[in-house]
Design a binder for this molecule. Structure first.
Ligand SMILES: C[S@@+](CC[C@H](N)C(=O)[O-])C[C@H]1O[C@@H](n2cnc3c(N)ncnc32)[C@H](O)[C@@H]1O
Length: 414
């Protein structure tokens, strides 16, 4: 989104933290979850990762993940469920509370709820983080004796049936959260409060088209611009949306304002100015390479260009670099060009230059002309929509058209 209104647009604001280096990741336990994500496609590796981590920590990871994935349940009051995972003879669990706000968990009293949902740990982790083709086979749901033996009293029977129905709604919400489903990114955007769909922008239709191929993979996604501007506890809408859309992704947000209040089991946040190339390079070295980078930060044209130059080398081959809000290329207040043609120093100027670079094999240039840049040699496709661009990374090394084809000009001077 482009921030409009009261704040001055133009020169980049200085970073608000005293030290502009990216700080340690805040609000995420990447070291814990990373081995599980990496191993999730392979049952034996996953079993080893579970052993290494210990079943109780795995239960924490799973409970946090279920809190991300569980939809609000239409129950009249909170339902409590025992959730158990097993590995061989080991057992660990959490008490889940499911209500109209979603799911929370705690360790205490996890064996005491009237319904128990159980999974084999490896089977469940494969289903949460592995390829979407995995079919669960280990689910067990058991109800306590009291809810199975109503006795002769009809009033008691009615109460028990009602209670079982209420719990069934909660069980369904948890079981659904343990499985992979198709999701609608527009709906997620609206639910998490991002403006990428139906509020200022119509981006998610394009994101779905370009991001679908990454959905099941253990990708790393960086988004510049967490949202919430000066408020440390606000923002994170799109990071939460990506965390939900990509079930095995690690999601990193960068903002010039520290965001300790933006948390999630697969979300990390760093603080820094996207106009600082050294900082971005350091970020790429520490957290990359990224499969996806999205620039939704200041939208100052100089920043968009600096960020692309610094971060494109940290995108994986086959990955995507996305620039939002190209409209600022036409807005002088953001360093854009007034009029009908965006100038070379703008975001749209960058894209036009990339089209030239994409064809560097076809240039007819003097021998002393500048060599193709890194971006010229690695941007292999561009797709531009209204205000939104996708740049695909690869190796742009196709041979040019054969030399015998007449280029309609005298040979380039030596
Ligand atoms: C439009 S919001 C991001 C919204 C978020 N991506 C979403 O879709 O929910 C832009 C964010 O960029 C941050 N920002 C502004 N200038 C920045 C800079 N120079 N470097 C990094 N972040 C910046 C702002 O603090 C703000 O939180």
């Amino acid at each position: 989104m482009t921030r409009t209104g009261t704040e001055p647009a133009g020169a980049p604001s200085p970073p608000l933290n005293g030290d502009a280096r990216p700080t340690a990741a805040v609000g995420a336990d990447w070291p814990t979850i990373t081995p599980l994500l990496r191993a999730a496609a392979d049952e034996r590796r996953l079993a080893r990762a579970v052993d290494d981590l210990g079943l109780d920590r795995v239960a924490t990871v799973v409970a946090e993940e279920l809190a991300v994935r569980c939809d609000p349940a239409p129950v009249d009051h909170a339902a409590h469920l025992s959730f158990e995972i097993t590995s061989g003879r080991d057992r660990a669990g959490r008490l889940l509370t499911v209500d109209r706000d979603g799911l929370t968990s705690q360790r205490d009293g996890w064996q005491d709820a009237p319904v128990r949902i159980g999974y084999d740990a490896v089977d469940l982790l494969r289903s949460l983080y592995g390829p979407g083709t995995h079919r669960q086979t280990s689910r067990r749901v058991t109800t306590c004796a009291e809810l199975n033996a109503p006795g002769p009293d009809l009033g008691r029977l009615t109460a028990i049936v009602g209670e079982r129905q209420r719990l069934a709604v909660a069980v369904q919400a948890v079981v659904a959260a343990c499985q992979r489903h198709p999701v609608d990114l527009g709906l997620l955007s609206a639910r998490f409060g991002s403006d990428k769909w139906a509020d200022l922008h119509w981006y998610t239709q394009h994101y779905e088209r370009h991001f679908a191929r990454f959905r099941d993979a253990p990708i790393r996604l960086l988004e510049i611009g967490i949202g919430g501007y000066d408020a440390p506890d606000q923002g994170g809408a799109s990071l939460r949306m990506w965390q939900r859309y990509f079930p095995a992704a690690l999601v990193l947000g960068l903002d010039v304002v520290p965001k300790p209040g933006v948390r999630g089991p697969r979300i990390a946040t760093a603080v820094g100015d996207q106009g600082d190339p050294a900082l971005l390079d350091e970020l790429g070295r520490r957290f990359g390479p990224f499969d996806i980078v999205i620039d939704d930060g200041s939208h100052l044209n100089a920043h968009v260009r600096t960020s692309f130059t610094a971060l494109f080398p940290h995108v994986r081959p086959g990955g995507l670099y996305v620039v939002e809000d190209l409209q600022t290329a036409y807005w002088p207040g953001f360093g854009g060009t007034a009029g009908t043609v965006a100038g070379p120093g703008t975001s749209v100027g960058l894209l036009k230059r990339l089209i030239d670079g994409l064809h560097h094999q076809e240039w007819v240039t003097p021998a002393a002309a500048p060599q193709p840049s890194y971006a010229d040699r690695h941007a292999v496709a561009l797709t531009v929509y209204h205000n939104l661009a996708f740049i695909e990374k690869g190796v742009n090394a196709e041979e040019g058209a054969p030399a015998f084809l007449d280029r309609g000009c005298s040979p380039a001077p030596a």
